[in-house]
Design a protein around this ligand. Structure first.
Ligand SMILES: [Zn+2]
Ligand SMILES: [Zn+2]
Length: 89
């Protein structure tokens, strides 16, 4: 029992500092990856996962895109012209 606790203390003291830094770096990398994934596929109103061609968020009903009146492609709300069929909006 004494040796176990002593060994643990020695381990905590002698543990190489790079190990902790590595773990923290890896955690940050994972977080950054999750953030980029989320920012690509979540509603900017409620942050629920959405598909890139959704016209409206199914969770909070926020308008995400509008559909072209001529070709029905999903378009950004602030686009002035449809890039697929050149219909002005
Ligand atoms: Zn939403
Ligand atoms: Zn169009």
């Amino acid at each position: 029992m004494f040796f176990n606790i002593f060994g643990l203390i020695v381990y905590l003291i002698l543990r190489p500092p790079e190990y902790l830094a590595d773990v923290q770096e890896r955690e940050l990398e994972i977080l950054a990856k999750e953030e980029t994934l989320n920012s690509e596929l979540t509603c900017y109103g409620c942050h629920q996962p959405i598909e890139p061609d959704f016209l409206i968020c199914p969770y909070c009903m926020k308008r995400l895109k509008k559909s072209c009146p001529a070709c029905n492609h999903p378009l950004d709300l602030n686009w002035k012209v449809c890039p697929y069929c050149k219909t002005s909006l």
